[in-house]
Design a protein around this ligand. Sequence first.
Ligand code: GLU
Length: 415
Amino acid sequence: MPETELTMLETSHAYFNESCDLLELDDGMRQVLLNPWRELSVAVPIRMDDGGIRVFNGFRIQHNGVRGPYKGGVRFAPAADADHTNALAMLMTWKTALADIPFGGAKGGVQVEPSELSEDELHRLTRRYTSAISHIIGPNRDIPAPDMGTNAQVMAWMMDAYGQSHGYAPGVVTGKPIELGGSYGREAATGRGVCDVAALAASDVGIEMRGARIAIQGFGNVGSFAAQRMEEIGAKVVAISDVKSALYDNNGLDIDQILGHVAKTRTLEDCPGGESIANDQLLELDVDILIPAAIEGVITMTNAVDIKAKLIVEAANSPVTYGANAILEERGITVIPDILANAGGVIVSYFEWAQNIQRFRWPLERVNEELYSIISSAYLRAADMVKERQITQRSAAYAVAVGTVARATELRGFI
Ligand code: GLU
């Protein structure tokens, strides 16, 4: 266990190195798979509504493209610097490989707090960022998608900005509005996939999903859909939170009622139908399944000893620190890693992209069925490795993913 917490980039390198040891990969292959193939850093100047100019830092990091065009979201967040984006790009390479969809891994970021910008400023920022990276993206090169701080509207602006110089190309981004070639079910896909994987893992660790007690940290695009789906499949969501507050009811919260409150007020604060608890308390509740669906680094070496859940499903990217992961392993708590748990988003992005190219669309039921088929196969591939090598779910998921990319690298024969 490390003496201090590792950064997100150090964490992704540490898991990667462990999987290379397990797979006995040689040094050359490790170098090829570790280093991002291309890192683009751009200045994004925009005129603010008050007439002044501000310049934001933007990035697009293409980690590995051996299995197909680079794929991954664009994050608008103050923390989205080069290292952060780099770590997330690497996670995408493993996520697409584990899901066995034909993409590499990339991530984009702009260091900005989007809630501080007006709609017009956000629009200008998105267009300027898109034109700054437009020479390295494209339906057969690199396909951005939404991530923290971005959404379907931002994707629509990106598609339009790219199209101005490259012609109509809806497959350049995924997670678009339905009206512009988005896929049914894409918005809900990450949360839905989290629940699909949680149910498979629950049955492996002996938790009955019907009536299982669930705590979800985060009520954004992932947490809110995960909460609705959990309720639909008969689990009991006893706690949820957003940045400011958390809501708890031992008998299960009424998710529809909460969605109504959030739609009106944009926050969980003063939401009726539960007791208000502190945000950190949510992580330590006595529940069956804990779903961190907000940001990275929330389960730490400090609070990992107090976690009572039997199963943790990483709906956010990297919510459990490297040190906390070791403590949870020692305590026998199963952690389903992000590269498996939250792959539902990029899986439905794959459907959207493939269908944009062919100009057709599946109905929602078909999308959800195919999502389940892909994500459950990924779960089973990792679960087989867990049994075979007697390792954790994270080590197994990494080994399957890194092994897949290593084999593809050898087969391509470019080194
Ligand atoms: N941003 C999401 C992720 O981290 C989705 C990426 C995509 O759809 O390309 O997996």
